[in-house]
Design a protein around this ligand. Structure first.
Ligand SMILES: Nc1nc2c(ncn2[C@@H]2O[C@H](COP(=O)(O)OP(=O)(O)OP(=O)(O)O)[C@@H](O)[C@H]2O)c(=O)[nH]1
Ligand SMILES: [Mg+2]
Length: 377
């Protein structure tokens, strides 16, 4: 799950709406919205079906002209203000909604036209990015302090064991806790370092948003100088494009650097689309799809399990029906378990759909692999 975070009025909800807006009219897709602020967006990857010249039939997500859109959950939380971890603003409650997010997209108002509380005025996007990072560290630090209080009195062996299990609620696996313990030592007096380690387990992308606004270019450059993973975005442009595409006015594939008008437009529609075109010309795309892709694919791969390694189909003849997001470094056995626990338990071997080579359980998978799992009965 991707958490969309940022100060008030930076454009989080606009980003969320753009990223979760379905711009294809075909078939009704399930579960577009799960709860008010949890929705489905899609990672865009090249679909392997283009290699075999037969159309895929996605069971979830969709495919547009050889671009496969793989569902990923996103959550839009209320704006965070300085002191949020202490409960300022809507702080705490929403921070806790982010526990299970394994990546953050930090939406920064790169127009520099709103202050840290989201009110119109003078903004400093660099400070904005820094304070948010701070708030996240402080929030996690409190969890570390609490956990350590709980376990520090336990005897040695038991203490390590309980500590390892303490942070699964924060999405941190026992083996990751173990690694941090080996590197940093116990959290005593080192809560801050622990919090930073936890945070660095998650991918963070900075969406330098509102790049359609004049004056944003300087801030984008400044942000790119100071931070990694900065993606210039115009959530507004993306929302305009997806809605126009859904209405059948343009042909546009999310993430593309261009679109084609296919129906008569009103002056108002034309002006809106001009704004989008301008952003695309300056930055190559609106950035929204790129931000989602970066958030997911920095630490994950997409793999296609099939039942027939020659035709790339499932048991019913559907071509490439499933696309799974797995952590980078995942093995054939991990894929088997991701498909179904039973398949994992009965794993015998896997077959690479391209080379047709048989591989064992420890075989490391690559991005866009097509794999058949051979399981016993
Ligand atoms: N020009 C421009 N305006 C944007 C963009 N994204 C958002 N906005 C505007 O910024 C204002 C705030 O947008 P929201 O999406 O509500 O911001 P938010 O971060 O969700 O705000 P809170 O929920 O209050 O924290 C709205 O007027 C949006 O139309 C963008 O890319 N370009
Ligand atoms: Mg909002």
């Amino acid at each position: 799950m991707i958490g969309i975070v940022g100060k008030p009025s930076s454009g989080k909800s606009t980003f969320f709406n753009a990223a979760t807006e379905l711009n294809v009219k075909t078939a009704p897709y399930p579960f577009t919205t799960i709860e008010p602020n949890v929705g489905i967006s899609w990672v865009r990857v090249r679909c392997p079906h283009t290699e075999i010249g037969r159309e895929c039939r996605p069971r979830s997500g969709f495919c547009l002209e050889g671009n496969r859109f793989v569902p990923v959950k996103v959550i839009d939380v209320a704006g965070l203000v300085p002191g949020a971890h202490k409960g300022r603003g809507m702080g705490n409650r929403f921070l806790d909604d982010l526990r299970q997010a394994d990546a953050f997209i930090h939406v920064v108002d790169a127009s520099g036209k709103t202050d840290l509380e989201g009110n119109p005025g003078e903004g400093n996007p660099v400070e904005e990015a820094e304070f948010l990072e701070r708030e996240l560290v402080e929030w996690i630090k409190e969890k570390v302090v609490k956990a350590w209080e709980k376990v520090k009195k336990l005897p040695g062996e038991k203490r390590d064991e309980v500590l390892r299990e303490q942070f699964t609620g924060l999405g941190v696996r026992p083996e990751e806790v173990e690694r941090i313990m080996n590197r940093v030592g116990y959290p005593e007096g080192k809560e801050e370092e622990w919090a930073e380690e936890f945070l660095s387990l998650r991918t963070r992308v900075i969406a330098a948003n509102k790049v359609d606004v004049e004056g944003s270019e300087e801030w984008v450059r400044e942000l790119e100088r100071k931070f990694e993973n900065v993606v210039p975005t115009s959530s507004l442009a993306e929302l305009i494009l997806r809605r126009a595409a859904r209405g059948g006015y343009i042909r546009y594939i999310p993430g593309d650097g261009d679109f084609e008008v296919v129906k008569d437009l009103t002056d108002e529609q034309r002006r809106a689309l001009d704004l989008a075109r301008d952003v695309m010309e300056r930055y190559g795309s609106t950035g929204v799809q790129e931000a989602i892709n970066k958030a997911v694919l920095s630490k994950n791969i997409v793999v296609f399990p099939v039942a027939d390694e020659n035709r790339w189909t499932d048991g019913e003849g559907n071509v490439l029906p499933d696309a799974l997001i797995l952590q980078s470094g995942s093995t054939a056995l991990d894929l088997a378990y991701a498909v179904h626990t039973e398949i994992g338990k009965r794993f015998i071997a896997a077959v690479d759909g391209r080379t047709k080579r048989r591989v064992g359980k420890d075989h490391e998978l690559k991005h866009l692999d097509v794999i058949r799992i051979v399981a016993g009965r």
